[in-house]
Design a protein around this ligand. Structure first.
Ligand SMILES: [Zn+2]
Length: 378
């Protein structure tokens, strides 16, 4: 057993971390851990942090320090995760203050920022000063989707570790080992999730999610009119809103309960005026969180759509690559016959354009309508 057990399919990155840990390994104090969504960048950061704090100095995964870090409850390892759209200046300031303190018990004080790309532009300068001259035993780990997501001034002061999209076989192995999935389910889920560990796990634990995805692929392949495309776009947006709202409500509810408990209140109805503004703030955060989650869900839908046209192109070119959406092979084959490789390629581009447009704040419904109309007519 070791802290690296759950860092899946990242041999090069693990080697880079362990080299830095070795005596004389020139341990950098600021790390930029870049990896596509679902590649496990925050898991990698935690594993590295555990290896640094390990009582055996080897990332044993079993000592008290290793276990506390991996569980996210080590006093000298701060993990900042945001599920809202941005990390505020105040949050960054308080992190910087934490970073100035010596570790209480462990060898290092470690600050992990899970979505460092979500720091607002104004906060970069605050952070920049902190990582330029950190106290001797402080280590920063900034996790981002890609190095380009970080301002050059910060990037240049960090040691970069790049994670890859884990291979389906590695993800399947994890699902079988950790989640007890049978090998066939593990393989189907890993392939459909395209290297996104969280989604693959979801497919294993909620088989209906994989069924829904396959149903969506069939609906996509059956589109033949602009009217159908518009209706389908609306359906996707509604599904994304509903999924995001469920999740945001769940988080908001538990935060509210936590708040009421912490302030000794029994029910939200009888909150004294001085606490109401704090509760209001929690509600506002919940709304922002729902917005971000909706975008994340829509992006997942877009990646699913991308995978369908990628499969179609594979069939049309007889390329022999693995089919991602194996469960809808019949529909894929039928459609591949009367469409052309050129139109499949154009659809792959169109998915990229839709993602860019949504990233640039075009309403998702509009971007999806344009994309799906092209799919219907192509
Ligand atoms: Zn240990």
């Amino acid at each position: 057993m070791s802290v690296w057990d759950e860092v899946v399919g990242q041999r090069a990155a693990i080697e880079q971390f362990t080299r830095a840990l070795a005596p004389g390994g020139n341990l950098a104090q600021a790390w930029l851990i870049a990896g596509p969504p679902g590649s496990g960048r925050s898991i990698a950061a935690r594993a590295f942090a555990a290896a640094l704090q390990c009582e055996q100095a080897n990332g044993c995964g079993q000592c008290h320090a290793c276990r506390m870090v991996l569980a996210g409850s080590h006093a000298d390892v701060a993990v900042v995760a945001t599920d809202t759209l941005s990390i505020s200046k105040d949050e960054v300031r308080s992190l910087v203050a934490t970073a100035q303190r010596s570790p209480a018990t462990a060898p290092y004080r470690i600050i992990i920022v899970e979505d460092a790309d979500r720091m607002s532009a104004g906060t970069f300068n605050v952070l920049l000063k902190a990582i330029e001259e950190p106290p001797p035993r402080t280590i920063w780990m900034l996790c981002v989707p890609s190095a380009q997501d970080m301002a050059q001034t910060i990037r240049s002061r960090c040691r970069l570790v790049t994670l890859v999209t884990p291979a389906p076989a590695d993800v399947a192995d994890l699902l079988a080992r950790r989640d007890g999935a049978d090998p066939q389910t593990a393989s189907r889920a890993a392939r459909a999730a395209q290297g996104h560990i969280g989604i693959a796990r979801r497919y294993v634990h909620q088989p209906e999610a994989l069924a829904q995805r396959e149903e969506a692929a069939r609906a996509l392949l059956a589109l033949t009119s602009v009217g159908g495309a518009v209706a389908y776009a609306q359906k996707l947006v509604e599904a994304a809103n509903a999924e995001a709202k469920d999740e945001a409500d769940r988080v908001a509810q538990s935060q509210q309960e936590e708040f009421l408990r912490a302030t000794g209140q029994e029910a939200a109805g009888r909150i004294p005026p001085q606490l109401r503004s704090q509760l209001k703030q929690l509600e506002d955060e919940a709304k922002k969180r729902a917005t971000r989650m909706t975008r994340d869900v829509i992006d997942r839908f877009l990646l699913d759509i991308h995978s369908v046209f990628r499969d179609m192109l594979t069939l049309q070119l007889n390329a022999g690559a693995e089919i991602i959406n194996e469960g809808v092979m019949d529909a894929l084959q039928a459609r591949a016959e009367y469409s052309t490789p050129a139109s499949s390629l154009a659809m792959l581009d169109a998915v990229g354009t839709a993602r860019e447009r949504i990233g640039g704040n075009v309403p998702p419904q509009l971007a999806l309508e344009a994309l799906l109309a092209q799919a219907a007519l192509g």
